[in-house]
Design a protein around this ligand. Structure first.
Ligand code: PLP
Length: 395
């Protein structure tokens, strides 16, 4: 049996391993980026399913338009306008099976083998893998505290020119660093992009998980040429198990995506879309999001406090203003992959930072998830991690 070449391009199994840690008895896992299940509004979800089955069962269990259920898309068009100031028409939004499908379809739409894709460095591993599978050359652009550096983007265009076919960015409480682009950088970046006919894939997975009241303007808000493809998801603001997300793009782009979506899975789950539409109609999603961010802010505070108390001074981290991750830096030259093995042996898991760098040789960082552990687990887990780290750094 011979596998396609693209399979060999996907070497990093850190995400698969991260999900396995969740089921390992006795393991405190800060590895996977999982929302807290206690935020899933089970009673309201049950009520919605009952209503959908009783009132629209036959439609909700049938095939659905490839664009997605019109009732849900209408609500999302309205919400994108009211919440983010983004004006999309009904033919400029599709429902996808998780935003991961939107990332994958973007690879299908724009990448031929050998094309260049620009990434933040570090970047979301799931996007790196999805786009790498189309045999793209992944080029990491330097980032600073405000986002992709403008000089870095300029230098990439000078070096790779027309070979650049896509730029992937995750500007809000990024996975893995938890950092957000400043508003100024968003504008500067989009101004620069207006000089290039290259699509910008904006992953807004954590855009609604700001601990401040007001979410930042998406890059799409500053898009003058219709080059942003925006992917949003219900995974982090509702629950991931329904696998419902949305993708917005201008009509000329959407015409291609709709054909790809049809080839990929005909449509996303009809009943899952009806379920979410019913939930949105009968409940206040903004109040629900406020509850989630309240809980995550608290969990972030607890983890940051424990890290400050338990970690050696040579380990640094920045407290994020949203999202679900804290990024830790070990002293230069120390390899987080070695620490990972020791920590797993002691019953604590995380993801070594190496996995988030498309190409760079950087090994001294690590990602911790704070959304999915109780205060008690976080306290116990960070104490263990602190002890293992002290021992590791003393070697
Ligand atoms: C940055 C980012 N984008 C996209 C996804 C995919 O999410 P989903 O497919 O559940 O919408 C994730 C999942 O954790 C993520 O962290």
């Amino acid at each position: 049996m011979e596998f396609a070449k693209r399979v060999g391009w996907l070497e990093d199994t850190a995400m698969v391993e991260a999900f396995e840690h969740e089921d390992t008895p006795g393991m405190i896992s800060f590895a996977a980026g999982i929302p807290s299940a206690e935020t899933y509004p089970l009673d309201k979800i049950r009520e919605s399913f009952d209503r959908v089955i009783n009132e629209h069962g036959k439609k909700a269990l049938s095939f659905c338009s490839t664009y997605g259920y019109a009732g849900l898309r209408e609500m999302m068009v309205k919400r994108m306008k009211e919440k983010f100031g983004l004006d999309y028409g009904m033919d400029e939004i599709i429902i996808t099976s998780g935003s991961q499908q939107g990332l994958d379809m973007s690879g299908m739409a724009f990448i031929d083998p050998g094309d260049v894709v620009l990434f933040e460095s570090p970047s979301y591993l799931g996007a790196v893998n999805a786009l790498h599978s189309y045999q793209a050359e992944l080029v990491a652009v330097p980032t600073d505290r405000e986002g992709l550096t403008i000089d870095g983007v300029r230098a990439a265009f000078e070096k790779y020119g027309d070979r650049i076919k896509l730029i992937y960015v995750d500007p809000d409480h990024q996975n893995p660093t938890g950092r957000s682009w400043s508003d100024k950088r968003r504008r500067e970046f989009m101004d620069l992009m207006a000089d290039h006919d290259v699509p910008v894939l904006e992953d807004a997975a954590y855009g609604e998980l700001s601990f401040d009241d007001v979410p930042q303007r998406p890059l799409a808000y500053y898009d003058k040429k219709g080059q942003v493809i925006y992917v949003g998801t219900f995974s982090k603001i509702f629950c991931p198990g329904l696998r419902v997300a949305w993708l917005c793009a201008r009509k000329r782009v959407m015409e291609k995506y709709i054909v790809l979506k049809s080839a990929a899975d005909l449509s996303s789950s009809t009943i899952a879309q009806w379920e979410i539409a019913d939930f949105l109609e009968h409940n206040d999603i903004e109040a629900h999001i406020a509850e989630i961010t309240g809980l995550y802010k608290h969990r972030c505070d607890v983890m940051a406090e424990c890290l400050a108390a338990e970690m050696p001074e040579s380990v640094s981290f920045e407290k994020p203003k949203g999202g679900i991750f804290i990024w830790l830096e070990l002293p230069e030259g120390k390899d987080a992959r070695v620490l990972y093995k020791k920590a797993c042996g002691a019953g604590v898991a995380f993801i070594p930072g190496t996995s988030f760098y498309p190409n760079a040789d950087r090994h001294s960082e690590l990602r911790l998830n704070f959304s999915n552990t109780t205060d008690e687990e976080t306290r116990r887990g960070i104490k263990i991690l602190g002890d293992v780290t002290k021992e590791f750094l003393a070697d």
